[in-house]
Ligand binder design. Structure first.
Ligand code: TYM
Length: 333
């Protein structure tokens, strides 16, 4: 019997994949492929909680799949699929919404951030129920571990609560998942505001590095990164910008913060920023090249997501059948 633990995670195909997504999540996923049963989604159902242009969304979904492959996700080891291709996500989300409380969903910081300065009358209900769908994604596959950045921790806590609540009310059904949050790079911050998370949907393109940015663009963006007015490469109060760049360097090179502080002692921010850009460019150049190769190969991409959906649907249909039984629905003949 297969004793490997199950991993599930996903990225929203909104904007471009940033080095925040890469360091905080996707790169760790590739390392987990050998030791776990891995399922990695492109969460298109989540993406429509904010308005999308349908033509661009479809294109972006394919680009994200090509990026998954380019980053090293291997369809012979991991199940790669589009969330909307497995209808049980929406079904389980509905079932879980009936045991979710308005209060707990209102406390989600991501919901509060996204609806700040908006009137209730204009807030889409999908933004509110977003974490329930995320819980459904995870519980549908009985995931043991969910590799994410720190911003998703609260959603994971909700998922655990919903799993426990369901198990308590209807009898043992769901594995209660654990978050897997990397020690370095769990929250990469914006290059233009080091107190804010680096976000793929930021309107200011200088605030993030895209995984497929060209080398000259990466260098320019790092050179413009906001830091403090000092000159020492070290962590400390008011030095969030430098600390963020140190985290990026550490994630890309494996160097510790102490190594980096030692290496750049007596050197200015200019040299340091160029060195950060260099290590990012070194790792991302082959990713970008592979990305364009995959993107050209539509037939291959289709075969990957078709097979992924089949594999995921098989597991999802078994789970939803059990859930419906627990809820008291009549078996479908
Ligand atoms: P999303 O698309 O916002 O981000 C994808 C992943 O990247 C991580 N991340 C970051 N990590 C470090 N620094 C950053 N600046 C940064 N920005 C993003 C996120 O933590 C995430 O791991 N709701 C999720 C997608 C989702 C999901 C799921 C994840 C839907 N269903 C089930 C896990 C399991 C989201 O919007 O991620």
């Amino acid at each position: 019997m297969d004793k490997k633990k199950t991993i599930l995670s996903g990225v929203q195909p909104s904007g471009v994949m940033t080095i925040g997504n890469y360091i905080g999540a996707v790169r760790n996923w590739t390392q987990m492929q050998e030791d776990y049963n891995c399922l990695y989604m492109i969460v298109d159902l989540h993406a429509i909680t904010v308005r999308q242009d349908p033509v661009k969304l479809r294109q972006r979904c394919m680009e994200f799949l090509a990026l998954y492959l380019a980053c090293g996700l291997d369809p012979s080891k991991s199940t790669l699929f589009f969330q909307s291709h497995v209808h049980q996500h929406a079904e389980l989300s509905w079932a879980l919404s009936t045991i979710s409380y308005m209060g707990e969903l209102s406390r989600m910081t991501q919901f509060k951030d996204k609806t700040k300065n908006k009137q209730d009358a204009n807030i889409g209900v999908g933004l509110f129920t977003y974490p329930v769908l995320m819980a459904a994604d995870i519980l549908l596959y009985q995931a043991d571990l969910v590799p994410v950045g720190i911003d998703q921790k609260q959603h994971l806590e909700l998922t655990r609560n919903l799993a426990e609540r369901f198990n308590h009310q209807f009898g043992d059904m769901f594995t209660v998942p654990e978050p897997y949050i990397p020690k370095i790079g769990a929250k990469i911050t914006s290059l233009s505001d080091p107190l804010k998370k680096m976000s793929k949907s930021d309107e200011n393109v200088n605030s993030f590095i895209s995984v497929i940015d060209e080398p000259d663009v990466i260098l320019r963006k790092f050179k413009r990164a906001v830091t403090d007015s000092g000159s020492e490469v070290k962590r400390g109060e008011g030095k969030e910008g430098i600390e963020n760049l140190m985290s990026i360097m550490s994630a890309f090179t494996g160097k510790t913060f102490e190594d980096i502080e030692g290496e750049f002692q007596g050197k200015g921010y200019g040299d340091f920023k160029c060195a950060v850009a260099e290590c990012v460019i070194d790792e991302l150049t082959p990713v970008r090249e592979r990305y364009y190769d995959y993107l050209k190969n539509k037939d291959y991409l289709q075969s990957v997501y078709k097979e992924g959906a089949e594999r995921a649907s098989y597991i999802a249909s078994k789970t939803i059948k059990k859930v419906y039984r627990k809820l008291g629905f009549v078996d479908k003949l």
